[in-house]
Design a binder for this molecule. Sequence first.
Ligand SMILES: [Zn+2]
Length: 226
Amino acid sequence: MAATAHFDNIQKIVHIQARLVFYGSEATPEVARAVMEEINRMYNEPKAKVKVGEETYQVYFVIEYALLTIEETIRLIARNDDYLNNFIRLEKENIVTRSFMGFGLGDNVGHWIVSDQLGQSTTAAHEFGHGMGLDHPARLDYRGSGSPPPIMAPRGTLVDAEYQWDPAAKAGEVGGTMRPTHRRVTVEEIQQIVENITIRPNKSGYLGKLSNITFDEVGRPDSVLA
Ligand SMILES: [Zn+2]
């Protein structure tokens, strides 16, 4: 996922902006809106204030979406040099049986499957985090932390009982790992995102990278179109 970043040095505000361009046979207004709302809600929820140099900035995420046909996507992607644009194919299934972003952290292309309950499961917000350059945390055991696990915690993470699939299950056994819907975006994760921003000479910034590759229906890079 790529994004642009604008620093308001008077008001001490950072706006991080991204557009999700959805295409594919499951690219419907319902899914698109749910994904957009989940990402906006989760990343703005901590009302994060972060350090930028010596100053403290408030961070706002402004995520929007567009729905395009495959033909329109191919036309736009061929000349895309805008870090605002991310191209995500939505389908029922793919060859890795999970939603993924393209080639390495920060890529602006992805193939997501609707069986991941996009917009309701925190999967979209987690994938967005990868797009902002965040990796999974090294820590895999959040028991005793007294707060929800971070959005970048992967499946299988150990958590306090209240954040497990089954609060009655023993840690690590069936039902005894993190239920992903309990994840929350943390201020530390947003601090990391802001540190990942590359500042251009004109003082605007960007995140991520542009591989501008389309995927076929099952998630293979589309060599015919690339
Ligand atoms: Zn992940």
